[in-house]
Design a protein around this ligand. Structure first.
Ligand SMILES: C[S@@+](CC[C@H](N)C(=O)[O-])C[C@H]1O[C@@H](n2cnc3c(N)ncnc32)[C@H](O)[C@@H]1O
Length: 216
């Protein structure tokens, strides 16, 4: 059996960032191995599903709210986006991943920016975007969901939202009013209420993360 030599410094840096949200492999240093076979998270989500539901990103300016480790933002930059801004209340994982993949791929991701921000308090003055992404995040804003949507509707004409049917069905979140926004019907209603009237739904059977795109 072949063993890959692990870069101990790299591992120390990765461990210092604490809990990762999805499975990642940084040159043999694997985080969230428990989610390795999860077809609906991280690169599995992107490669097998999400990227196929997307509007064309070429030359587009894109906002990603709740970007987490920002890997979809790096992918959108690779696909030709002119600028991608990822915001999250914790951007340490995103900054690490950007630095790691910049070195690994010898690609300057200077058009990908990460901003630490609590979206519940507002998205800030970031200008206009061709579209905004909210992947598995809207329900986190709880009673501030409509406030965040109002902010978004001033910033873009197109919102790409991914739901989470596992959350929708979970007894843990059953009695919370925001849980309906984890499912396609709730997302559709939310988008339309905020003026994104033209709706496209990508719901592929058993896949637990449907995508709803709303356009003005
Ligand atoms: C379920 S994860 C989804 C991550 C990523 N969008 C994806 O689909 O893989 C939710 C993300 O939203 C972020 N988040 C939750 N509440 C937030 C808030 N109030 N402001 C900014 N980010 C927030 C979390 O830090 C986390 O990274």
């Amino acid at each position: 059996m072949l063993f890959r030599k692990i870069d101990k410094n790299l591992k120390t840096k990765i461990d210092a960032l604490g809990r990762w949200y999805y499975y990642m492999d940084f040159d043999g240093i694997k985080v969230r191995r428990d989610l390795r076979r999860d077809g609906a998270g991280g690169y599995n989500n992107w490669n097998n599903f999400l990227k196929f539901c997307f509007p064309d990103v070429k030359e587009k300016r894109i906002l990603d709210v709740g970007c987490n480790a920002g890997i979809y933002d790096l992918e959108m930059a690779k696909m030709g986006a002119s600028e991608v801004i990822g915001i999250d209340r914790d951007i340490r994982h995103a900054l690490f991943a950007k630095d790691f993949f910049s070195r690994k791929l010898e690609k300057n991701f200077e058009n990908v920016k990460f901003i630490k921000k609590n979206a519940r308090e507002g998205l800030g003055d970031l200008g206009k975007f061709d579209f905004a992404c909210l992947f598995c995040v809207i329900y986190h804003f709880e009673e501030r969901i409509d406030f965040v949507m109002e902010e978004l509707s001033k910033m873009t004409d197109t919102v790409v939202m991914q739901g989470n049917l596992i959350r929708l069905a979970s007894p843990k979140y059953k009695n919370r009013i925001e849980t309906k926004y984890a499912g396609t019907e709730g997302i559709k209603e939310l988008l339309q209420r905020h003026g994104f009237k033209k709706i496209q739904i990508f719901d592929f059977g058993k896949y637990p993360k449907p995508v709803v795109i709303g356009e003005r």
